[in-house]
Write a protein that binds this ligand. Structure first.
Ligand SMILES: [Zn+2]
Length: 143
């Protein structure tokens, strides 16, 4: 297991722009400079047109809740300190086909419904016994 796990590797080239934007409290994903498609998870070429020019594009941070799971006991020891937590998939306002795996915060499991509006918030992600922390996009219900 690499050092720092389960913190994300913010220096890994394909997602470095995502984490750099998060440090500025911005949600960014690669967008094709030819056809405009948002490509997530970052591929080497656009999934629609195979263009290799993908630029980091700012997103609204608004989305809808596609799916979620309330985790009361972490399956992996590294996440035990976070339980209970809610992990989910949110569908972006700009293109609902694009879904981001995230944590849902500032809510209870019973508050959640399919397709409800959610918005990004940026929170410090850290774990006991793991050095460092990362500012990560998470989502909360948005009325
Ligand atoms: Zn494209």
């Amino acid at each position: 297991m690499r050092a720092g796990f389960p913190l994300p590797d913010v220096n890994w080239e394909p997602t470095r722009g995502f984490w750099q934007a998060a440090q500025r409290r911005e949600l960014q994903m690669p967008r094709c400079e030819r056809c405009g498609l948002i490509n997530w998870y970052p591929p080497p070429r656009c999934r629609a047109c195979e263009c290799e020019s993908l630029g980091w594009s700012s997103l609204s941070g608004r989305a809808t809740l596609f799916s979620w799971s309330h985790v009361s006991r972490a399956l992996f020891d590294g996440y035990a300190s976070k339980a209970p937590y809610i992990t989910g998939l949110v569908a972006l306002e700009e293109d609902p086909r694009v879904r981001l795996v995230t944590l849902l915060v500032d809510c209870l499991p019973e508050d959640l419904t399919i397709d409800m509006p959610v918005e990004v918030v940026f929170r410090v992600l850290e774990f006991p016994d793991v050095e460092g922390s990362v500012i990560a996009p998470m989502f909360r219900p948005h009325s």
